[in-house]
Design a binder for this molecule. Sequence first.
Ligand SMILES: [Zn+2]
Length: 282
Amino acid sequence: MMKPFKDTILSFISNRLDTKRLICHTGTSLILPFYHTVSDEYLPHIHPLYRPKTIKEFENDLDFLLKHFQPVDMQTVFACCRERKSIQTPSFHLSFDDGLKEVYDIITPLLYSKGIPFSVFVNSDFVDNKTLFSRHREALESQDIDPETFLNEKSPYLSTAQLKEMQKMGVHIGAHSINHPRYDLIPEEEQVMQTLESCKFVKDTFTQGLTTFAFPFSDTGISNHFFDRIYSAIDLSFGISGIYFRHNNRHIGRIDMEKYGHNARECINKAILVKKIKDKWN
Ligand SMILES: [Zn+2]
């Protein structure tokens, strides 16, 4: 975790850097910004945990991204990382975690109209509103909202039918574990089970070419042995803390657009800057 003071300095610098020059200077070719949801409404299961972007803020982020990067699909991410095909123009691939329903209601139509491909990483236990994510449950309980009533009445997660419709529009669907545990708190056997079972769910339900997995919470402290075990069944995995390419380019970092900064410029500049600093010290 970065110290608040260091973070303030980084934000200060990031907000003042020219992105075009920064991209050019650092040779940044592919970034993967990710969100959870976008909404103009108060979401009682989300807002106590973090503040999602409003539609206007999200549109501003998109304008910034499109100004500096070209949007690419998951197949291109795979080709770039695994087949080592070089990307000529700086590119971005967007993704959304936890399979929240606003991805269907708000994000899909918006991105589709702009021709921006994206991925959604779903938890097999939450799809079709079978059960609530423990953190969403805690957020609701902290406001004295009955979680079961909320789940039944509001259906906060995507359904299989909605996901299949999105898939037809070109959306890539990846796995995000069965029920979103903290991997650093569970044994490796369970980490592998959560990963492979959720990938199998996605593969069986949505039949698509690439099998992908995004770590729930964080990929910090995960053993090399775990990664060795999962790659026979999955093509790419994704982390959450910036720009990095690890495990023979199979494990790729993403930029948290809800926590890393106030706007896309700050988030992206900061992520590029941190990568540059880390590369220099390694
Ligand atoms: Zn998540």
